[in-house]
Design a protein around this ligand. Structure first.
Ligand code: FAQ
Length: 311
């Protein structure tokens, strides 16, 4: 019966077995995974916009090639993740509909504008940096297709992080104006990057169950702390200052203490009222509508192939 199946399922999870698409799973496990993976996929795809904004204005041909490749990678990550979500019995159309209707979320960070070239540095360094900390942990998630997707995504993401850090390093070593531009990007992206890890553990609606099912392997606060600890040294090396007067090494804890996130801003942005929420969604809807003829052409081509194979 159902209770027995649930116990057996938890035994498999506790034994570190991966759950595969055709295995029995509790309905809430399935729904929670669809929510998290779809949010993750939408983030990758919406995340192409802030950087896409700078491809035509990259300062050198080399930087342009790198940025172009990076943005394409994010689109690819979105596709792996949509495929992983589809193995749970939801269609691509339903997933996109969830994004367009506002039912499904995507990472709050992509609702902040990219104002200068230095933002390409800050996004790669901090946003991809935060994404990696989270995704390295998710490589061990209990759902097989998600876990395997994360392994590949992490490899690409670490290159993204380094290209961003390299932009910041170059600007920080440049003229006074360039260094100021890098500092300004850090000032604007620091706090939103910390918000990427989600609410405090005590406030996190899904954490307890997701940790039990090993969908999540480390908590929001644990991962955020890890990110802060690694970023402090990286900022020091390039001579930039993290905009947090409360940031201080805590010998006893063996970690940096840091200031409180503006949770009112966080709530506002995840509920649709950030600086760029409307623009990001409108852009996605327009691109999706403009791409309808491609989907129609593929469907027509497939139908023709099937017809030919049958005759
Ligand atoms: N933004 O109970 P929790 C990338 C939502 S990296 C928006 O703690 P959970 C790469 C949460 O979904 C970014 N919504 O939830 C890239 C839930 O929503 P509900 C993508 C947020 O799931 C780099 C509610 O609040 N990475 O794209 C945020 O246990 C550069 C309650 O929160 C991932 O998605 C937020 N920051 O923990 C691309 C990683 N935080 O139920 C381009 C996978 C929370 O109300 C350029 N996801 N929410 O609909 C996760 O690890 C988890 O879902 C967390 C949240 C940790 C994000």
């Amino acid at each position: 019966d159902a209770a027995q199946q649930e116990t057996l399922f938890q035994t498999r999870i506790d034994a570190e077995e991966k759950i595969e698409p055709k295995d029995w799973m509790p309905e809430k496990y399935r729904q929670n995974l669809i929510r998290q993976i779809s949010q993750h996929a939408h983030s990758e795809v919406i995340g192409m916009q802030p950087e896409g904004n700078w491809i035509t204005r990259a300062p050198t041909l080399h930087r342009k090639c790198v940025l172009l490749a990076k943005v394409q990678d994010e689109g690819g990550h979105g596709l792996y993740l949509y495929s992983a979500a589809e193995t749970l019995g939801i269609t691509r159309e339903e997933l996109i509909e969830g994004l367009h209707s506002g039912k499904a979320k995507y990472a709050s960070i992509f609702n902040y504008p990219s104002l200068t070239w230095a933002d390409m540095g800050a996004i790669g360094w901090l946003v991809d940096g935060a994404a990696i900390v989270n995704q390295v942990s998710l490589q061990r998630t209990s759902y097989g297709p998600y876990s395997r997707g994360m392994v590949r995504i992490c490899k690409e993401e670490s290159f993204h992080q380094r290209q961003g850090y390299h932009i910041m390093m170059t600007l920080a070593r440049g003229s006074a104006e360039q260094k100021a531009m890098a500092q300004d990007a850090l000032d604007r992206f620091w706090w939103p990057s910390l918000m990427m890890f989600g609410p405090h553990d005590a406030e996190s609606a899904h954490s307890a169950q997701s940790m039990k099912w090993k969908i999540k392997r480390q908590s929001n606060d644990e991962l955020r702390q890890k990110f802060v600890d690694q970023s402090v040294k990286q900022a020091e090396v390039i001579g930039l200052t993290i905009p947090d007067p409360d940031l201080k090494w805590n010998e006893e804890r063996g970690h940096y203490d840091f200031g409180e996130i503006d949770w009112e801003e966080f709530t506002r942005v995840i509920n649709g009222d950030g600086m760029c929420n409307r623009q990001r969604l409108a852009h996605h809807i327009r691109a999706h509508e403009e791409g309808q003829w491609v989907r129609d052409a593929i469907t027509a081509h497939e139908a023709k192939q099937r017809e030919r194979a049958a005759s």
